[in-house]
Design a protein around this ligand. Sequence first.
Ligand code: ATP
Ligand code: MG
Length: 223
Amino acid sequence: TGQSETGFAGAAAEGVGFSYGDGPILQGVSLTVPQNEIVGIVGRSGSGKSTLLKLFMRFWQTQSGRITLSGRDVDQINTANLRALEGFVAQETHLFHDSIRNNLRIAKRDATDEEIAAACKKASIHDFILSLPQGYDTPVGELGDTLSGGERQRLGLARAFLHDAPLILLDEPTSNLDSLNEAVILRSLREEGRGKTVVLVSHRESTMRVADRIYSVENGRVS
Ligand code: ATP
Ligand code: MG
């Protein structure tokens, strides 16, 4: 298979096993994430979907088998390179007590205002930010609990779009969104998908429609 412009040639799990200590969470998990495809992962709550994404991120180490990016074992890739290759939107978006702009810049330190706005438009959060009296300078701390789950989620997605890594791992990115915002996100993903590879965990059927292929996690196995 050829490489994309980014030099990224897809990802894979090969016979991956993992346990947090008690029973096994994942056993003999193999899946292929071809470049420029959107791969969906479904499964019941607690089945190990987030764990699998974290193994791709090397937040945890696989205990058997391996995870590869462009054919290279993630254990052989230094952390800086790994972070450049992978963008991750966690199930919960963590925001720092700082301005919205600086919270987004975490994804790309030298991002211009134009790049930040473009990422926020893709994530369907730009108009909301502009509606705030201080716009992108609004301190997130001040918003406190008034920032909704969906707004936080869209800021997390904006970070991923800004980070612009060839592989994007999304853990329930639309769980708190209404269908209008969801539609914008899915359109962005589809557009991104032409040059990007996406792994998408979701319970929502409407979100899964964007996936080129879908894997199901059940009893530690993936099929
Ligand atoms: P959900 O759909 O609810 O997000 P999930 O499929 O993402 O679920 P995981 O978060 O991967 O599930 O968790 C899989 C299993 O591992 C669960 O039984 C969970 O309780 C357990 N687990 C998750 N994280 C840890 C941890 N850090 N330490 C110990 N057990 C954990
Ligand atoms: Mg999860």
